[in-house]
Design a binder for this molecule. Structure first.
Ligand SMILES: [Mg+2]
Length: 212
């Protein structure tokens, strides 16, 4: 399991005055039911569709270990929210109805495995649209906070596979976890914590919990 951990940016101003080397681990975060997990979809939950879009359930393929990971997360976090850019809708390569059907089927599979997701937010806008709702814009985070006022961004983790996911999390003060399915060469520069896949992240949380 590849686990690298980085200094958390939001704590840097507090700790930078100390001449101590501090490694912030997941254990330091003390994740409990007051925490929220925001998760990206493509490349994290399901296999990235390459140049195409997942336009039907038949094209949706869970990545290995994801259903188990989602069940583990559901036991630890108070809320789980999926946030996904889906400009295939804006490009008219799929309808909002098709996207909703894919998400319903995805949630059914996650629930069958013992997981629970509170909401799925998607942005159908084209990248070139001005003032679009796509990550890294905070639009979907604010929408989630509006729907679930108990969400605290300072007690939230954003897990995703791109720089935009990490910027989205940083924009609202979340801790960022890069799921490095893109094999970025310097992932530590992008995120607070890096894992190679979602199940490694979930397993790490479990082992921390056992050590409490
Ligand atoms: Mg992605």
């Amino acid at each position: 399991m590849q686990v690298t951990q980085n200094f958390i940016h939001k704590f840097a101003p507090i700790y930078s005055s100390c001449n101590l080397f501090l490694t912030l681990t997941l254990m330091n975060l003390s994740i409990d039911k007051s925490w929220t997990l925001f998760i990206d979809r493509d490349g994290v939950i399901n296999r990235r569709p390459g140049a195409h879009y997942v336009s039907s359930w038949e094209k949706f393929e869970f990545l290995p270990g994801v259903r188990k990971a989602m069940a583990l997360f559901s036991n630890m976090f108070g809320r789980i929210v999926i946030v996904t850019n889906q400009q295939g809708v804006g490009k008219k390569m799929m309808s909002v109805g098709s996207l909703r059907r894919i998400h319903s089927a995805m949630l059914r599979e996650i629930e069958k495995a013992g997981g629970k997701v509170d909401a799925v937010y998607f942005c159908p806008d084209l990248e070139e649209k001005q003032d679009n709702c796509r990550k890294p814009d905070r639009f979907m985070a604010d929408k989630a906070k509006n729907d679930f006022p108990d969400i605290d961004f300072n007690k939230s983790i954003m897990a995703g596979d791109t720089e935009n996911d990490m910027l989205f999390g940083k924009n609202v003060g979340m801790t960022t976890v890069l799921i490095n399915t893109n094999h970025f060469s310097s992932p530590d520069e992008m995120a607070d914590i890096v894992f190679e896949d979602l199940i490694s992240f979930a397993s790490s949380l479990i082992s921390n919990d056992l050590n409490k």
